[in-house]
Design a protein around this ligand. Structure first.
Ligand code: AMP
Ligand code: MN
Ligand code: MN
Ligand code: MN
Length: 311
């Protein structure tokens, strides 16, 4: 069986394994093809270019862009673009700047609620924490402080450290999710912009975890239609967030809208065994075109692939 996992995170964003640790864990778990898709950064891929001898699986370039559509936050996974594409730096910079401004606003808003704190103080502590965490990287992976991608999980950890919350779940429920003060969407580009960027890079645009958006069937269908009209190529059918019936539902949408199918664990942390790297059902539902159909999987495996000719 060929294990293909096209959605995963490292310490370059909000994962807990450094890029090489992730590859080694994926190899141990028999993953053949892996896409690292950190939130709004490709730093893990640049780092791995220096460790090609240790990476013994087919590595696919990837990124997960935060975007908005009709008031909802929608994630677009981009796959298999050339790492040296001229426009990639621009896309990453636009998203990183948006993320940095957003995290400063989140800090300000939390400070309004937790009145003994200044926003700048919270932001600095969250950033310092992220910098300190990088020191644990067994393979010396560390980002410049300006490049560190601060997200809501970093604020959740701060809220836990300060004993405002007991765990990640309650931090999100109380401060960071849905309509709570720490959830700001206004900074992100439109979904159609995210899709256009991935297309401009020559990548495959994938609608990430459609089952996770907690939408009515009518709204989800409208989202998928708009994604297709924006030039989207594929959607995630299988993943840790999808139940058996959601897999069937997403498979039907792929057939209806002529989208390819993707799959990925959305791995963040080895302590979440339900979303471990490579933990996916053995095969996609019948009659779907996988995004990897012309990546040469199963043939003489070409390891360290960062670019394949597609479509
Ligand atoms: P951000 O990228 O800053 O919007 O943060 C979103 C990330 O937070 C997601 O990619 C998940 O990794 C994480 N996340 C979202 N909801 C929860 C939750 N309830 N508990 C733990 N982590 C969460
Ligand atoms: Mn995440
Ligand atoms: Mn996501
Ligand atoms: Mn993800």
């Amino acid at each position: 069986m060929t294990v293909i996992d096209l959605h995963s995170h490292t310490t370059a964003s909000d994962g807990t394994l450094d890029p090489l640790e992730l590859c080694l864990r994926a190899q141990e778990r028999n993953v053949h093809t892996l896409a690292i898709t950190d939130h709004d950064t490709v730093a893990a891929h640049h780092f791995l270019l220096q460790h090609t001898t240790q990476v013994k699986l087919q590595l696919i370039t990837g990124i997960e862009l935060s975007t908005t559509w009709s008031g909802a936050e929608i994630h677009i996974v981009g796959l298999n673009f050339p790492l040296n594409h001229n426009d990639l730096t621009m896309v990453v910079k636009a998203q990183s700047d948006a993320r940095r401004r957003r995290s400063q606003h989140i800090a300000q808003r939390l400070a309004r609620r937790l009145s003994q704190w200044q926003g700048e103080q919270i932001f600095q502590q969250v950033l310092d924490n992220a910098i300190a965490q990088q020191k644990n990287s067994p393979h010396g992976f560390a980002l410049h402080p300006d490049e560190i991608q601060i997200g809501r999980p970093h604020f959740a950890r701060w809220l836990i450290n300060q004993q405002y919350c007991q765990d990640m779940d309650s931090a999100f429920r109380k401060y960071l999710d849905n309509s709570k003060i720490g959830n700001l969407k206004a900074f992100w580009p439109k979904m159609s912009q995210g899709v256009a960027w991935i297309r401009a890079l020559g990548g495959i645009a994938v609608l990430a975890h459609p089952g996770k958006y907690r939408m009515t069937a009518t709204k989800l269908r409208a989202l998928i239609k708009d994604f297709k009209l924006a030039g989207g190529h594929a959607m995630e059918v299988q993943g840790a967030n999808h139940s058996h019936s959601q897999i069937q539902q997403m498979a039907n949408y792929c057939r209806e809208f002529n989208l390819m199918a993707s799959q990925g664990s959305d791995f963040h942390n080895p302590n979440y065994p339900w979303a471990d790297i490579g933990r996916l059902p053995p095969a996609l539902p019948q009659g779907l075109t996988p995004v990897w159909s012309n990546w040469g999987i199963g043939e003489a495996a070409d390891k360290n692939t960062t670019r394949q000719t597609l479509l």
